[in-house]
Write a protein that binds this ligand. Structure first.
Ligand code: NAD
Length: 395
């Protein structure tokens, strides 16, 4: 079938297998073009490994460090007349390339929050890897069925305490408008913390430790975001920010666990705002990203997921002198985004942006092409007019 993008709001309901493979290929080539990362992981478990920061972590572990990887993700295979989700095609492409390079690559497609998928992962590590020396936790999910209570928690992206009004952009239609978001209820806050907080990461780490599947000195990492004041009501001080505070709480517990396991550590890395399937669903943030991209591209400091994760591994987690921490004990690879001159430029443009000048004041074009790339569209060297086979098996 000829596969074309079908964008519906902030999702694209089609994905191109060859385009996704080309996208993964670009990331692998970027990592291979940099110096190998000495002292990196040998055997990594990546939870949320099929897209965004998790996939970039997996590519960096494999092609920057020579690690075998087990990837956990929740993707939908193709059905009659319907393509698979991009993470499905990405994982197949990654696996082919890793195995061709002589690296172990295993995949488990299913709900990482469940006991069943954790048990499958432990079994796979025991059988195929022995132990793991890095665990990356990079889930972004709208819901979690709690494995102990069976309650289904749904995360929301809302302010806390008071309504929030700000500009937002419909990235598909190019319309800038004002949006008011009502504050979350106490139930919505605790549900969001249950989904995007740290409890599940702790469950994973405790299960791995109990099964003696953590190599001595094993490290763990999870990702957070802080961003500029203009997004704080919806992000840092909103429901997702409270969940990230809980992720940091979990990181401290996991850090203690890993310290006792041969001197390992757990880190929270604060990453840059980037176009991913998860971030495109957050109100206000896509407009911020469109402005930010324009400013950072002009300054020559723009990075994507893969540059961010390559830098995190090379200059922080596996730096010979070890990671550098901020005052709250977090690692920062959002440093270039948060530079005063970058944020001053964003703040200057923010009040001026309208539907009419969106194209000139922001990099909405770059946002859109990055968004389509997430689904395998717009990659160089891919013949989008050719018949494509959507049904590809995961091995
Ligand atoms: P993403 O949507 O690209 O990736 C999410 C991953 O989680 C995918 O691999 C998906 O398959 C997997 N997943 C979702 N639900 C699952 C489930 N139930 N079981 C198994 N796998 C599941 O998201 P992303 O933007 O890369 O986000 C990853 C992390 O990075 C999140 O913690 C996010 O808050 C953080 N982060 C994102 C940004 C950003 O701008 N995108 C910035 C800083 C930090």
């Amino acid at each position: 079938m000829i596969i074309k993008p079908k964008v519906r709001g902030f999702v694209c309901v089609t994905a191109h297998p060859a385009g996704c493979a080309a996208h993964v290929g670009e990331w692998i080539n970027l990592v291979k073009s940099r110096n190998p990362i000495r002292g990196g992981p040998r055997r990594a478990l990546v939870i949320g490994a099929s897209t965004g920061y998790g996939l970039a972590s997996r590519v960096t572990a494999a092609f920057g460090c020579g690690a075998g990887t087990l990837g956990i993700f929740y993707e939908r295979p193709s059905e009659d007349g319907r393509t698979a989700t991009p993470g499905w095609y990405n994982s197949i492409a990654f696996t082919k390339a890793a195995r061709a390079a002589g690296l172990f690559a295993g995949n488990i497609n299913g709900d990482a929050f469940s006991d069943e998928i954790k048990a499958q992962a432990l079994e796979s590590i025991r059988r195929e890897m022995g132990q793991v020396d890095l665990v990356v936790y990079s889930l972004a999910s709208p819901r979690r069925a709690h494995p102990k209570t069976a309650a289904v928690h749904k995360s929301v992206l809302k302010p806390v305490g008071a309504p929030y009004t700000n500009k937002t952009v419909d990235t598909d239609k190019g319309i800038v408008s004002e949006v008011t978001i009502e504050p979350a209820s106490p139930q919505e806050i605790s549900d969001t913390v249950a989904v995007m907080g740290g409890e599940d990461w702790e469950m994973w780490m405790n299960a791995l430790a109990s099964a003696k599947l953590l190599a001595p000195g094993a490290q763990a990492a999870a990702y957070s975001y802080i961003g500029p004041e203009v997004t704080w009501a919806i992000y840092k001080n909103g429901t997702i920010g409270l969940a990230k505070n809980d992720l940091e709480r979990a990181a401290r517990n996991i850090d203690s666990l890993l310290k006792l396991n041969g001197g390992g550590r757990a880190i929270i890395s604060v990453n840059k705002a980037l176009v991913t399937q998860a971030s495109s669903a957050i109100p206000v943030v896509p407009l911020y990203i469109s402005i930010l991209y324009k400013i950072m591209k002009a300054a020559g400091t723009h990075e994507g997921c893969i540059e961010q994760m390559q830098r995190l591994f090379a200059t922080q987690i596996y730096a010979p002198s070890g990671p550098r921490f901020d005052e709250a004990g977090r690692v920062r690879v959002d440093d270039l985004e948060m530079r005063a001159e970058v944020q001053a430029a964003v703040a200057k443009v923010w009040p001026e942006v309208t539907t009419e000048n969106l194209g000139s004041l922001t990099d909405i074009a770059g946002y859109r092409s990055e968004f389509l790339k997430l689904f395998g569209f717009g990659l160089a060297g891919v013949d989008y007019g050719a018949d494509a086979e959507p049904h590809v098996q995961m091995e």
